[in-house]
Design a protein. Structure first.
Length: 89
């Protein structure tokens, strides 16, 4: 929380949790206005302890978690705009 308080206004930040703490850290990050990242390279398991079959399983659960704690999931276009990324051809 202290690190978040020290960030410049309008900063984009995220939490990357490794292993079984990923889901708790993701919920905390969203609750504090941050972003989350998930992937099989960090965690193989869904919040239920079930083995994820793909990154898509993890992304779907992360999106569900974001909505449950009152956040909104950005579309690809919205994320590109927020991060000031150029559109791919």
């Amino acid at each position: 929380m202290q690190q978040v308080d020290l960030l410049p206004a309008h900063s984009h930040w995220q939490v990357i949790g490794i292993g079984n703490k990923q889901w708790k850290l993701a919920a905390a990050a969203v609750s504090m206005g941050g972003n989350v990242r998930v992937g099989l390279e960090d965690n193989l398991y869904l919040p239920t302890g079930e083995l994820a079959q793909s990154n898509g399983d993890l992304v779907a659960k992360a999106a569900e978690l974001v909505r449950l704690v009152g956040g909104e999931v950005a579309t690809i276009a919205e994320a590109r705009t927020m991060l000031q990324l150029e559109k791919l051809n």
